[in-house]
Design a protein around this ligand. Structure first.
Ligand code: FES
Length: 316
């Protein structure tokens, strides 16, 4: 785990589509790689929220993020919009990167839907600096709600960016039959955006023959159903066994018994709560673990996933 640091809002830009862009500064900021995110603490809500860095990874001295005010969220984005005024400070952990760029790829295609554009901007900067062949597809509902529009039109890689507006002419809409590249071992795709958008792109890419390992994905929130049948969890190291009820989660049930598993997103997307499993079947509900990791059955996201049988034994 990285140490928490205090970052200060140096600049706030009100962009289109209910998105604010924040430039954050602090002491001795660790270097970043394209695709990295920050964990931002919101103590008043007892929440951590993850925000992808959209700044050029080569740029030192500050981090930039974009935050959509999402009325469907649990209040995290609303709090950031309210609190992130110039001069305000936040406790932040990271940067962490669960969405790294395969820098040796011969062809890279980036798909950003809505606020999912943020990690793609950092990746585009990096690919441009490396002189790689890439395209950035940016899908939004309408030009009028498209944040980062001016930034991307003025970017040094502007000729690589294709905008797709849902309410625009048919010819400019994202057409996966046309816009997906041919599959190949050195061709990599990156997808970030709302769940429906991601499912659409990922399913089309895999159906077109792209290897799952070459279709990289970053979920920034997920509608996760954490409910299910009652089961037992034994925390082997702590010597504690708890019952996880139909509406309960492993992390919450263990916390009540004094066994703490750190959680952040509580939606199965950030990986903070991943815990080793010693015994028992897993009903994976997260979006974080890879297909291979699920099959191995040795790790669980304790914030949302459940047992598929009567009992799980965890290495905690
Ligand atoms: S807390 Fe984020 S995946 Fe569990």
């Amino acid at each position: 785990m990285t140490n928490p640091m205090t970052l200060t809002v140096a600049e706030r830009i009100e962009d289109r589509g209910n998105i604010i862009r924040l430039r954050l500064t602090g002491e001795a900021l660790p270097p970043v790689t394209a695709g990295a995110h920050l964990d931002l603490c919101l103590p008043e809500l007892d929440l951590w929220r993850q925000y992808s860095l959209c700044s050029d990874p080569a740029q030192g001295g500050c981090y930039e993020i974009g935050v959509l005010k999402d009325p469907a969220s649990r209040g995290g984005s609303e709090a950031v919009h309210r609190l992130a005024v110039p001069g305000a400070s936040f406790t932040v952990e990271g940067p962490r990167n669960h969405f790294p760029l395969e820098e040796t790829a011969e062809t890279t295609v980036l798909f950003g839907g809505g606020i999912g554009i943020t990690p793609m901007i950092a990746m585009a900067h990096r690919l441009h600096a490396l002189g790689r062949d890439f395209t950035l597809h940016y899908c939004t509902r309408s030009e009028g709600v498209t944040a980062f529009l001016d930034l991307l039109r003025d970017a040094p890689f502007a000729d690589r960016v294709a905008f797709h507006f849902d309410d625009g002419a048919a010819a400019q809409k994202l057409d996966l039959a046309r816009d997906l590249p041919a599959p190949g071992a050195a061709t990599h795709l990156y997808v970030c955006g709302p769940q429906g958008f991601m499912d659409w792109v990922i399913n089309a890419a895999e159906a077109a023959g792209h290897a799952t390992a070459n279709v990289h994905r970053e979920y920034f929130s997920a509608d996760v159903d954490v409910t299910g049948d009652t089961f037992e969890v034994e925390a082997a190291v702590s010597g504690v066994t708890v019952t996880v009820g139909p509406e309960d989660t492993i992390a919450k049930a263990l916390a009540r018994a004094g066994v703490k598993i750190e959680v952040k997103c509580e939606e199965g997307v950030c990986g903070t709560c991943v815990t080793d499993v010693i015994e028992g079947g897993i009903d994976h509900r997260d979006q974080f673990l890879t297909g291979e990791e699920r099959e191995e059955g040795e790790m669980i996201c304790a914030c949302c996933s459940r047992a598929s049988g009567p009992k799980l034994v965890l290495d905690i």
